[in-house]
Design a protein around this ligand. Structure first.
Ligand SMILES: Nc1nc2c(ncn2[C@@H]2O[C@H](COP(=O)(O)OP(=O)(O)OP(=O)(O)O)[C@@H](O)[C@H]2O)c(=O)[nH]1
Ligand SMILES: [Mg+2]
Length: 374
């Protein structure tokens, strides 16, 4: 076995794996955000100009994309999972189910891998560590669709709500919108990832950092695939007739703070929550759902425990019914025999009586007809 420090060096060189999923309504800026985060065109844009592609996206299965990035000297093997954008009026159930299925499939894969006797050295753990939920910049409230989807997803993945294309709102609109969204999240009890901390356990800096990040929820994010030169430095920004919105400027958006959190300070926390809490919960649910004496090995050929119990009760009932039938047959046969015997007895009694009366008649005849001799 290699000494520990060699192992650490190797894993540092190999990089740490991390998976982000982006979910949200169509046109909320998911693709642009991902390409901004990775500083390259990792995801293609939807080809809206080609009418042949209209309506195609909903049926396209979710495909993860891998990219290696470096954050604060740490190599990250980043996996990005883009999901089909959904609209307001169409039936989104299929798209929702596809997202949940994808998350659960990754858990199923690792569950199967962990129960294998011989591990597959090429197995890739694709569990999603963080889901960025894009809220459209309407400035109103959370829509019903956002509430229901975030609620569903939060049980399977760390959900971080973000406001997409946030530069579409003014500072005061953004502040009020964030407040309303957080009120909705509390009211509807949506368990989003809220940068947890423990005042007793954590040091002052950690508590402060988490408090600050929590106060930014939902993160106002923007993206740009364009770089402009500002004072000799190329930066990602959106240029408007009235000015420039710089992606990394904390005055303009929360992009850099979100990036620093998910790819830096909170990467490990998101990973351990996924592996130790969310996955473990799923695993327990799944195993108790399938619980039975032959679980895992003969799952498909065996009946579930409840069915087995029902079947044995049914067999016993059947046996009892057969025994009862047999007894009834014996009873009938015996009754019939008794009846026959009684009939025979009655017939014998009758013939005996006849014989007696004939004998009696013969006796009296012989007394009357005999001559008297003196
Ligand atoms: N103002 C503003 N516009 C943006 C921003 N990000 C993207 N856009 C624009 O919004 C439109 C949609 O952006 P996309 O990144 O394709 O959005 P998407 O969520 O991936 O959309 P679909 O994949 O079509 O569902 C494009 O015209 C982008 O240029 C942003 O931060 N601010
Ligand atoms: Mg897109």
């Amino acid at each position: 076995m290699p000494p520990n420090n060699t192992k650490r060096r190797r894993s540092k060189a190999k990089g740490v794996g991390f998976t982000i999923m982006v979910v949200g309504a169509s046109g909320t800026g998911r693709t642009t955000f991902v390409n901004t985060l990775c500083e390259s065109e990792v995801l293609p844009h939807k080809d809206c100009d080609n009418p042949e592609n209209a309506g195609l996206e909903a049926s396209i299965s979710i495909k993860p994309v891998n990219v290696d990035i470096e954050e604060d000297g740490m190599r990250i093997n980043l996996t990005i999972v883009d999901t089909p954008g959904f609209g307001d009026n169409v039936n989104n159930d299929l798209a929702f189910q596809e997202i949940v299925n994808y998350l659960e499939r990754q858990y199923d894969d690792i569950l199967a891998e962990q129960s294998r006797i011989k591990r597959n050295p090429r197995f890739r753990d694709n569990r999603v560590h963080c889901l960025l939920y894009f809220i459209p910049p309407t400035g109103h409230y959370l829509r019903e669709i956002d509430v229901s989807l975030m609620q569903k997803l939060s049980h399977r993945v760390n959900v971080i709500p973000v406001i997409g294309r946030s530069d579409s709102l003014t500072s005061s609109e953004l502040k009020a919108f964030k407040k309303r969204i957080m009120e909705d999240i509390v009211q509807f009890d949506i368990p989003v990832y809220n940068f947890p901390y423990d005042v007793e356990e954590d040091d002052e800096d950690t508590v402060e950092e988490n408090q600050e990040l929590r106060s930014l929820l939902p993160f106002a994010v923007m993206g740009s695939e364009e770089e402009i030169n500002i004072d000799g430095e190329y930066v990602r920004a959106r240029v408007y007739p009235w000015g420039v919105a710089i992606v990394d400027d904390p005055e303009h958006s929360d992009f850099s703070r979100l990036r620093g959190a998910i790819l830096g300070t909170h990467l490990q926390d998101l990973k351990s929550l996924t592996e130790d809490v969310l996955y473990e919960t799923y695993r327990t649910e799944k195993l108790s759902r399938n619980a039975g004496p032959y679980l895992e090995t003969r799952e498909s050929t065996m009946l579930p425990a409840e069915d087995l119990a029902n079947q044995s009760v049914r067999l016993k009932e059947e046996q009892l019914r057969k025994e009862e039938e047999k007894l009834r047959e014996i009873e009938l046969r015996v009754q019939r025999e008794i009846h026959e015997k009684r009939q025979q007895l009655l017939a014998k009694e009758e013939s005996l009586r006849n014989l007696e009366s004939r004998l009696a008649a013969q006796g009296s005849d012989s007394i009357i007809g005999s001559p008297t001799t003196f």
